[in-house]
Design a protein around this ligand. Structure first.
Ligand SMILES: Nc1ncnc2c1ncn2[C@@H]1O[C@H](COP(=O)(O)OP(=O)(O)OP(=O)(O)O)[C@@H](O)[C@H]1O
Ligand SMILES: [Mg+2]
Length: 354
């Protein structure tokens, strides 16, 4: 693949044939993450001050540096560079931007051939430089990244690079130092809410307050997740409330987690085990999700510092084992065992003080 295969409705407006049905014209056939992909930098909620404004200023001055965008999924990295490209190049977009993402071959040969040939051909725009976007660059090999160092320097007069990744530590330091870094933080509740309200209004979705809270809770600042869950719920329910959100994502209800935490902290080993195990099987909950939620609830539970540290450390261990495919029942009993030891630590702390 060479140039980016995206539609640019704001600029072209004629990307579809004239006789396509209205659904296609309205973008109704698209998943909402694409239908509501921000078209301009102003549409991007949250990253205004830290990203949009400096990037916008760079573009206004015609002095775009090489960029490095990093941060968790669904926070607007790809959308930001798409919006910039759209603003910079308009209809010349496809000849001026080369986008390579993880689905493309990006070994050293691609650097040598595709990137260099794109970078070295003469520019045709008034902007003065072309743009090469390396999305999901944490998947690039070390050798390919090393090869890029010289390419970036050599072709700076003609091209700007934008490197995008989730884990900045996977980008070699030499590349990092050639770019201006921008960290995309998970979106804040109010920021998600403002965009969500606009979308629910446009689509005519009945989203209750509890549904909205649940949506925010399970998405952890990832706007893509918000939209995907919303669309899945919309397909299945007339009114989207918290139950709809938890059911469609398979996440435990907060009440279930309170019940589980109560059993972990207060019940005797075998009672707690059978209660939690039953709930896990009946409701089809994943132990990893239970641990994530328990971890959050622990933050609001009063526990002596030593006990808390012990628990957090061991919960992390169990979670790590689960990610490697460990048996859930065995890990549940391990987790319970750790809670029992933690309670003993707490009790002995109280005893030694008195
Ligand atoms: N800051 C934001 N403002 C508005 N919508 C957003 C924002 N961030 C993400 N979105 C929504 O989420 C979708 C995915 O965003 P995007 O592709 O930019 O994420 P990303 O940061 O590149 O994620 P990944 O690291 O997984 O590639 C967009 O189409 C858009 O609908
Ligand atoms: Mg992306």
């Amino acid at each position: 693949m060479t140039a980016m295969d995206v539609d640019l409705p704001s600029q072209t407006g004629k990307s579809h044939a004239m006789n396509v049905d209205t659904a296609a014209e309205n973008g109704d056939h698209l998943p909402w993450v694409e239908k509501y992909r921000p078209l301009t930098l102003d549409d991007l909620v949250s990253q205004q001050e830290i990203i949009s404004t400096p990037v916008q200023n760079f573009m206004n001055q015609g002095r775009l540096p090489h960029l490095l965008f990093y941060g968790p999924p669904g926070t607007g990295k790809t959308s930001t560079i798409l919006a910039c490209s759209r603003q910079l190049y308009g209809s010349e977009y496809s000849s001026m931007v080369l986008e390579l993402n993880a689905s493309d071959e990006r070994g050293i040969d691609v650097i040598r051939n595709q990137i260099i040939s794109f970078a070295s051909t003469r520019r045709t725009s008034t902007i003065g430089f072309k743009l090469i976007v390396l999305d999901e660059a944490d998947a690039m090999t070390q050798a390919a990244q090393s090869a890029l160092r010289r390419v970036i320097e050599k072709y700076t007069t003609n091209v700007r690079f934008c490197i995008i990744c989730n884990y900045v530590s996977k980008i070699i330091p030499a590349l990092q130092s050639r770019c201006t870094r921008f960290r995309f933080a998970p979106l804040q509740t109010e920021q998600i809410t403002s965009r969500l309200d606009m979308i629910t209004h446009k689509e005519g979705i009945k989203l209750t307050d509890s549904g909205k809270q649940a949506l925010l809770r399970v998405s952890h600042g990832d706007m893509r997740r918000v939209l995907n869950i919303l669309q899945a719920c919309y397909a299945a329910y007339d009114t989207i409330d918290d139950a709809a959100v938890y059911h469609s994502t398979g996440q435990p209800f907060p009440a279930d987690i309170e019940y589980i935490l109560h059993a972990l902290l207060n019940d005797e080993f075998s009672t707690a085990y059978s209660k939690i195990n039953h709930m896990r099987i009946d409701k089809g909950l994943a132990l990893a999700d239970i641990i994530t939620e328990v971890h959050e609830h622990l933050g609001n539970t009063e526990l002596p510092t030593e006990t808390r540290i012990y628990l957090l450390d061991h919960l992390a261990e169990v979670e790590h084992r689960l990610s490697g495919g460990a048996n859930e029942s065995i890990q549940l009993s391990t987790m319970l065992g750790h809670f029992k030891i933690a309670m003993e630590i707490a009790a002995s702390g109280v005893a030694s003080k008195s």
